[in-house]
Design a protein around this ligand. Structure first.
Ligand code: NAD
Ligand code: TYD
Length: 432
């Protein structure tokens, strides 16, 4: 037997494949288009593993997918492949429509043709290989399809109405509907999971948590959209992977399972937690009048030092980081070339208990809010616990510590990821 996993050179897919092959000898056929978000370095440890078969290709390529299904006869397809970044979907929605909607449609069609040809189980008889009844198509989706909650509304259940607000969530909502329809109309044995925000190893630093870690270590500003009070429900990526394995094994056909860690936090709290952990694990050190942090170098006293693209000068408490400037506890910004120009705000990065040059919190910069920014997501994960017995293993405290430590221990991975393509994105989004 084997499974076909799509999008598994990305953040969650690669964690899923690594965990799968750490616990099983069942081969994984890994189909990935290797967009900017796909990174084979995530799977480098599988280089000599004969149970990992990587195929470079598109889920929308029906011919290729059909050939793979015929050749490897997988008992399941797990579909991670997607364009996944909300901000990119705002700048350019087309790829999202192409992969998340049309790609899923083509994938479903190839899988349906394969599944329809599988033998039916015979009572008392013996069939070599898998039968129609064994097969599963598991579609990995997001809580963002449910829209935005107010502060006091109950968390999303599986029956919450769909109200997607961004091009990303609308395209994922469309794919969920297609998956549902292929079950209802053709009987395709599908399962859908809708998960909250993930964090952990191999997370591409365009998303909040890895961006904070990478920027902080480089002495760059930590951009907080709007007032930073938007709430997300965070789950450690390995827990998402264990939930998917659980749904694949025990989930009821046609059902949807919400996956979450009961861990709602405001963005600004996340920023503070990451900064405080870095203060503990990689403090900015005073070395003869200089503050040195990782690869960045920040000088205090009357001298001035450039760290990456940011410049921090103490004494007068003047911090120039990227294109924003903080003077004596007040944020002042120079205009940006993008629509994400930093805002004037009374949330001063220096108005903390911490001395500006002893903490990464001094790098916090409030910037213009994301258009249509969803205020709050929260997952009610009772169904998967009640019906399938799944619960997350990590608390946010243990998971975020592991994550920060992973980025500290894997600077080479980070440096390789910060390629020309990544720099173009940062320029476009933050004007740095
Ligand atoms: P990611 O952007 O890190 O990875 C996506 C992967 O899909 C990349 O390897 C990319 O090369 C590949 N891909 C893109 N288009 C493809 C195509 N047409 N054919 C084949 N491969 C293609 O995304 P992620 O964060 O790992 O998310 C994986 C899935 O989980 C997505 O479907 C996403 O919607 C969902 N999800 C993500 C989160 C999260 O917090 N990251 C939360 C809930 C659900
Ligand atoms: P993100 O990691 O992009 O995930 P999503 O938009 O899918 O929830 O963003 C998480 C939250 O952090 C979201 O409310 C937007 C916010 N955010 C910032 O404040 N600054 C940033 O630079 C980024 C990338 C995100």
């Amino acid at each position: 037997m084997a499974i076909l996993v799509t999008g598994s050179a990305g953040f969650i897919g690669s964690n899923f494949v690594l965990d799968w092959l750490a616990g099983s000898d069942e081969p994984v056929i890994n189909l990935d288009k290797l967009t900017y978000a796909g990174n084979l370095e995530n799977l480098a440890s599988l280089k000599d593993n004969p149970n990992h078969i990587f195929v470079h290709g598109d889920i929308g390529d029906v011919k290729l997918v059909s050939e793979l299904l015929e050749k490897y006869q997988p008992r399941a397809v797990v579909n991670f492949a997607a364009e996944s970044h909300v901000d990119r979907s705002i700048h350019g929605p087309e790829d999202f429509i192409q992969t998340n909607i049309l790609g899923t449609f083509h994938l479903l069609e190839a899988v349906r043709a394969y599944w329809q040809k599988l033998p039916s189980p015979v009572h008392g008889g013996r069939i070599e290989g898998i039968t129609k009844a064994d097969f599963r198509f598991l579609h990995v989706s997001t809580d963002e399809v449910y829209g935005s909650l107010t502060k006091d509304e109950p968390a999303f259940t599986e029956t919450h109405r769909y109200e997607p607000n961004s091009p990303y969530s609308a395209s994922k909502a469309s794919s969920d509907h297609l998956v549902r329809a292929w079950h209802h109309t053709y009987g395709l044995p599908v399962l859908t999971t809708n998960c909250s925000n993930n964090y952990g190893p191999y997370h591409f630093p365009e998303k909040l948590i890895p961006l904070l870690i990478v920027n902080a270590l480089a002495g760059k500003s930590l951009p907080v959209y709007g007032d930073g009070q938007q709430i997300r429900d965070w789950l450690y990526v390995k827990d998402h992977c264990s939930a998917i394995r659980c749904v694949l094994e025990k989930g009821k056909l046609g059902e949807v399972y919400n996956v979450g860690g009961w861990n709602e936090k405001a963005n600004l709290d996340i920023v503070h937690i990451v900064c405080d952990l870095l203060d503990e694990l990689r403090p900015m050190k005073m070395v003869s009048g200089e503050v040195v942090s990782g690869e960045s170098k920040i000088v205090s006293g009357e001298s001035e030092v450039v760290s990456g693209e940011s410049k921090i000068v103490s004494g007068e408490s003047k911090i120039v980081s990227g294109k924003s400037e903080v003077v004596s506890g007040q944020t002042r910004h120079s205009p940006l070339t993008t629509d994400h120009s930093p805002l004037s705000t009374d949330h001063s990065p220096l108005s903390t208990d911490h001395s500006p040059l002893s903490t990464y919190r001094s790098l916090i910069t409030f910037v213009t809010d994301r258009p249509g920014h969803d205020r709050r997501y929260a997952i009610d994960a009772r169904k998967i616990e009640r019906e399938l017995g799944w619960k997350p293993a990590e608390t946010f405290e243990t998971g975020i510590r592991k994550t920060v430590q992973w980025y500290l221990d894997n600077q080479d991975w980070v440096n390789n990821v910060l390629s020309g393509n990544y720099r173009q994105w940062v320029e476009k989004q933050y004007g740095e």
